[in-house]
Design a protein around this ligand. Sequence first.
Ligand code: AMP
Ligand code: ZN
Length: 113
Amino acid sequence: MGCIFCKIIEKKLPAKIIYEDDIALAFEDLNPQAPVHTLVIPKKHISTNLDIHEEDKGLIGYLFQIANRIAMDKGIAERGFRLVMNCNPESGQTVFHIHLHVLGGRRMHWPPG
Ligand code: AMP
Ligand code: ZN
């Protein structure tokens, strides 16, 4: 299918993995936009958040729990951090396997660019 995040899950592409279990994976973004920039992905291939269905409800909550744990472990939870999931090209989505960006360690701007 040519999905790069599926290749990372299958260990066919290297990544700096910081968390893994049967359901999800977290790894450092290759091109970080903040001092903390980690991606949290489900092992199930879901192309965009428009493809999240009833059976994925628990999975999505689980991704947020992992993101929270990463923010706590990296010491940015209290200061503040941002979770981002882009959807489709105009948002900036470039990898079509859903991922939560965990961004922090610097002041975030609003509105986002
Ligand atoms: P998005 O633009 O929301 O689809 O985010 C895709 C993110 O994946 C970008 O922040 C990229 O820097 C990141 N990325 C792309 N390829 C890799 C890779 N092989 N390893 C880690 N991060 C990647
Ligand atoms: Zn995939």
